[in-house]
Design a protein around this ligand. Structure first.
Ligand SMILES: Cc1ncc(COP(=O)(O)O)c(C=O)c1O
Length: 452
């Protein structure tokens, strides 16, 4: 029965206001291409590639076959302490080849984006400890950042409320903020805090879950220069931007900046199974290729380099190459940018932001973004995501057709106009009540600002 009604009384869903979610959760039972299907037979266009990961679309037989083949042969074996399997060899070779965001890199695997953060942030600290620079322990992130919700990620979260929710300041104390856009202010922060206290700066090339903020011109290059000047490691979090979302394999390539560590997850397996990891530059990995016991990085998760996940990743990379999806993202970006321009002309739209195949449409405060998202889902058949500054975020799959993208953009404009009309009707007392229940629990299904 629960399955039909969409009730899950035994489930505690992540970052979800459970009290108001009951009875409002959407039951998704099937996916095919850019569409998802609900238990009651509705078709929804996946305007956000789910949580920024369904880049090659849902329900693909080629990926399912790759996973099944691998599971029959060897579901996985550990790669801890001297074991290997063929898929992890193939994947690490492929990733560190021409597509790599860092030349001559090594790659370490985890199970998802938050794991990637743990790998990168600890390694940055260890790097300086082993060089005798013991005071270099702080990791700085940008306002509006999202780096997952493990202890480090929570402590680097772009919202102070999330960062400090657990008492006694951030869970990892040696963390702090830099300005999101102004590189001169970043320099001021580094000097104020003391370069000798800072191990690393972490940045998403384009901020994703925090609201889609492309970098201001020169910002990422400026970070690279400051990190070089002050002996600070530069970590790019490419959990969203990696594997094609900017039209290049990695966002860093689009902006022509080489970091010291690159975090990835999501798009490497496009949601078919969990996998994440970190590219590490030679300057960081080289000392660890030693027999000195001091140079042992004691970190890892059971499923690091999981064979089925690696097989899926290889199959996903094949799809991206075979179907020319990096080029397709560039085409879609141009089309989306034209559509965003049209939306920007609406009186209900305050601002549009975006680069690559990710964008935010900020709505006038009279129009609630969670309300627009609800309208789009319930009557427009589109899934989009409202975020904290009253914006609608979209990041469709790379396999989206021109028509699907045009429909998505038109539907957003339409829903914003309708929500505005409903708001005005209420304001002048034409209709005493409108349904706003989703807006009221916008922090879970329709509004998880700065999460995921
Ligand atoms: C930029 C970024 N980093 C890290 C993460 C965390 O990834 P995961 O949820 O797989 O742990 C996310 C998730 O949305 C993300 O967007």
């Amino acid at each position: 029965m629960s399955q039909l009604t969409g009730l899950a009384p035994a489930l505690w869903a992540p970052s979800t206001q459970m009290g108001s979610a009951q009875g409002h959760q959407e039951l998704i039972v099937r996916g095919e291409g850019a569409y998802l299907y609900t238990a009651d037979g509705r078709r929804l266009f996946d305007g956000t590639a789910t949580l920024w990961f369904a880049n090659i679309g849902h329900g693909r037989a080629d990926i399912a076959d790759a996973a099944a083949r691998q599971m029959r042969e060897l579901e996985t074996f550990q790669i801890w302490g001297g074991y290997l399997h063929p898929r992890v060899i193939e994947l690490s070779e492929r990733l560190t080849g021409p597509m790599a965001p860092i030349p001559d890199a090594k790659v370490m695997f985890g199970s998802g984006g938050s794991d990637s953060g743990e790998i990168a942030f600890r390694l940055a600290r260890l790097h300086w400890q082993l060089r005798g620079r013991e005071s270099k322990v702080r990791i700085l992130s940008r306002h509006n950042a999202y780096h997952g919700l493990h202890a480090f990620g929570t402590s680097l979260h772009g919202s102070r409320a999330v960062r400090e929710a657990y008492g006694g300041g951030p869970l990892v104390p040696d963390t702090g903020y830099i300005d999101r856009d102004d590189i001169d202010l970043v320099r001021v922060t580094i000097l104020d805090e003391g370069p000798d206290t800072i191990a690393a700066i972490v940045a998403e090339p384009i901020i994703g879950s925090g609201g889609v903020y492309p970098p201001t011109p020169g910002y990422l290059r400026g970070l690279r220069e400051l990190c070089d000047e002050f002996d600070i490691l530069l970590i790019f979090d490419e959990v969203i931007t990696g594997f094609g979302r900017t039209g290049e394999w990695f966002g860093s390539q689009r902006y022509g900046v080489v970091p010291d560590l690159t975090m990835f997850a999501k798009g490497i397996t496009c949601g078919y199974v969990p996998l994440g990891g970190v590219f590490v530059a030679r300057s960081v990995w080289e000392p660890f290729w030693s027999e000195d016991p001091a140079y042992l990085y004691t970190f890892g998760v059971t499923y690091a380099g999981h064979a089925t996940a690696c097989a899926v990743a290889l199959a996903v990379l094949d799809v991206i190459e075979r179907e020319g999806l990096l080029g397709r993202v560039k085409e879609l970006e141009a089309r989306m940018s034209a559509g965003l321009g049209r939306l920007a002309a609406l009186s209900q739209v305050v601002e549009v932001r975006g680069e690559g195949l990710m964008a935010a449409v900020r709505l006038d405060e009279a129009v609630s973004a969670p309300d627009v998202a609800r309208r789009l889902r319930e009557s427009g058949g589109m899934l989009v995501r409202p975020v904290a500054d009253n914006s609608i975020v979209l990041s469709p799959p790379f396999i989206t057709t021109d028509d699907q993208l045009d429909d998505l953009l038109a539907a957003i404009g339409d829903a914003a106009m309708r929500a505005d009309a409903a708001h005005n009707a209420v304001r002048v007392g034409i209709r005493p009540a409108v349904r706003r229940e989703v807006a009221s629990h916008g922090g879970d299904r329709d509004g998880a600002a700065g999460s995921g």
